[in-house]
Write a protein that binds this ligand. Sequence first.
Ligand SMILES: [Zn+2]
Length: 179
Amino acid sequence: MSSLSESCLHLDGFRVSGGSDLVCPGCGARLDAARVAEWVRDAERERDEAYSLIEGDEFGEIVREERQQEVYRRRKVMYELKSVPRIETARPEMILVAHDPGEDAYECRIFYKEPRPEHGMDHLTVEANMRAILELKSDPSPVVRTAARKVEEFHLSRMGFAEDGGHAPGRRVFYASDL
Ligand SMILES: [Zn+2]
């Protein structure tokens, strides 16, 4: 690593960049998962040093607190990274949206290319109104946001049918090319 990346605290965390490489947007350092784990251990070591070296005065207390916070921050970055690649690569192959007239809700079935990703969202239900659909569109999961956009598309087209006095279709299938 360059001296710049060694002094950088990677305050914005890392972005996944091609394959399993992680890049700090601040200094451009590239780390793999093992180096990120090492980066967390560095902070833990610095915290432990603070506990063993600094006397129990007020300043020492502040340093210990800061180093503990840094450990928490780095761990959080590491945990988030562990969950990101799995979600990002889970691209649905097909989404089926069906309107349930009894509940006035949309049932969404999400299909993946095999093998289905671990923890891959495969089913969700949302009330047939814009408030509920918009809320789903801000979900942290990209798969849920994709499904929400398709539900919105279907909902608006059904509203269009209703305004024209027509019979709105009860279901629609979206394929990978529509997602
Ligand atoms: Zn950095």
